[in-house]
Design a protein around this ligand. Sequence first.
Ligand code: ADP
Ligand code: ZN
Length: 247
Amino acid sequence: MSVQPDRAAWFEGGDAECDHPPAASSRPFRVVLLGPPGVGKGTQAELLCKSLGTCHLSTGDVFRAAVAQGTPVGLEVQQYLDTGELVPDEIVIRVVDEHFAAGGPLEDGFILDGFPRTLVQAEELEQVLTDHPLDLVLNIEVPTDTILHRIAGRRVCVNCGASYHITNRPRVDWTCDVCGGQVVQRDDDTEEAVATRLEVYDRQTVPIIDFYANLGKLVVVDGVGGGDEVQERLVKEIDGRFDPTRR
Ligand code: ADP
Ligand code: ZN
C-alpha cells in the first residue's frame, strides 16, 4: 500500500514531502481534530488541509502505512489496530516526537487527526508545543447511531485513503475515483472492533475534551450533514478564532 504524499510525509522513513498548497495566512494554523471513530475526522482533515494550506497528520494513517509496509513500528502496532485497542502511549509518542523533532510541522503548521487520544498524549503535545501553542481543538459531534451507520457502510481506498460509503460508491465498481486504487472495507471496521474503538474512545479520549476546555481551546462543531456543510462550519470557527498576530 502506498499513501498520499501529505500523509506519507509524516511516516517514519518516508521520503515524501507534504504537497499541500502554500499557506494562505501569514502564520501557520495549528489545529487538533477530536471526535469518536466514524465522525468524519479524516475526510474533514483532508478538506481543511486544502483550504488552509496546512499538512494533515493522521496517526491512524501513519500506523496503517507502517503495518502495510511491514516496518518495525508496523509489527509492533498491528495487534492493536486489528482489535481496535489503542497503541501504547510510549510507541505513539516516540513516533510523533520524531516527526515534530524534524521541525517541519512546528514551523509550517498542522492539522492533527487521531492524536492526541489520551491525557498522557495531550500533555506530551503541550510540552512539544511550548513555543508553538495550539490555536484550537475542534471537537466534532455526531450521534452514535449515525456513527454506527457510517462505519458499517464505510469503504476506503487502499491506495490514497479516500473514503466512500455503500450509499456513495465510486463511479466504477470499487475503483477509487481519485487514484484508481482498490476500495475496500477497513480491517478494523468490523462490528467487534468498532464496539471496542467506541468504548476505548469513551474511556481514554473523552477526558481530553475537558483538558482542552480548561485551556480555553475547545470548540464543539456539529458533524451531522454533508462533508461540505461540516467543512464550512469548521472553517467558520477557525476564521473566527484564529489570531494571526500570535507566535
Ligand atoms: P478511527 O478514529 O476511525 O478509530 P484512526 O485511523 O484514527 O481510526 O486509528 C486507527 C487505529 O490506530 C486506532 O484504533 C488505534 O489502534 C491506532 N491509533 C491511531 N492513533 C492513535 C493514538 N494517538 N494513540 C493510540 N493509538 C492510535
Ligand atoms: Zn484512491
